[in-house]
Design a protein around this ligand. Sequence first.
Ligand SMILES: CC(C)(COP(=O)(O)OP(=O)(O)OC[C@H]1O[C@@H](n2cnc3c(N)ncnc32)[C@H](O)[C@@H]1OP(=O)(O)O)[C@@H](O)C(=O)NCCC(=O)NCCS
Length: 165
Amino acid sequence: MIDIRSATTADVAALVECHLTCWHEAYAELAPADYLAELENSQPARISYWTTKIANGEAPWLAVDDEAVIGIAHAGPTEDDDLRPGLTLFAIYLRAAYWGTGLGDRLHRTIGDQPTSLWVLPENARAVRFYRRHGFEPDGAEQLHPGLRRTIIRLVRPPSKTPDR
Ligand SMILES: CC(C)(COP(=O)(O)OP(=O)(O)OC[C@H]1O[C@@H](n2cnc3c(N)ncnc32)[C@H](O)[C@@H]1OP(=O)(O)O)[C@@H](O)C(=O)NCCC(=O)NCCS
């Protein structure tokens, strides 16, 4: 059975490993190979980042299949000045074997119904379709993602568009 639960500090190593593997699976065709290869070097920094976050009461949500971490969702106060106060969905990632199973919907429910924004590669068609299904729409903001070396676009979801499924 797959559980959706809040991460604890005991999950940090598995969380980071899952997150990095998800990046490889999601961006194999979209990200520069050197960027993906270098991601492994960020492991210690990521472990420290998530340990601090969880200790500060800002734990991400995990999808856990029989004790294996297979997905992560993380939202928090937006860092976009023009959208404050509001929430940003910083990450929602599933291992590729779980794409298209409805688990994305379950993870998405963890963010609740307040106004929410996120940044996505427009070429990430599955993710964009997923977000649109959940009421997100582009608001015209875009920026260069330095690692991906591509433009990412912002999607926003007003509370009225919160789906009920
Ligand atoms: C983005 C992501 C979390 C969305 O998950 P998803 O797999 O597309 O979405 P779901 O798990 O909700 O599955 C929805 C699909 O499964 C189908 N499905 C199968 N069983 C289902 C069920 N029980 N309930 C709902 N949908 C179900 C739906 O019909 C839908 O199909 P469609 O996409 O062809 O319309 C996932 O694709 C992912 O982790 N991608 C890689 C990481 C990534 O790109 N993250 C975003 C970075 S910005």
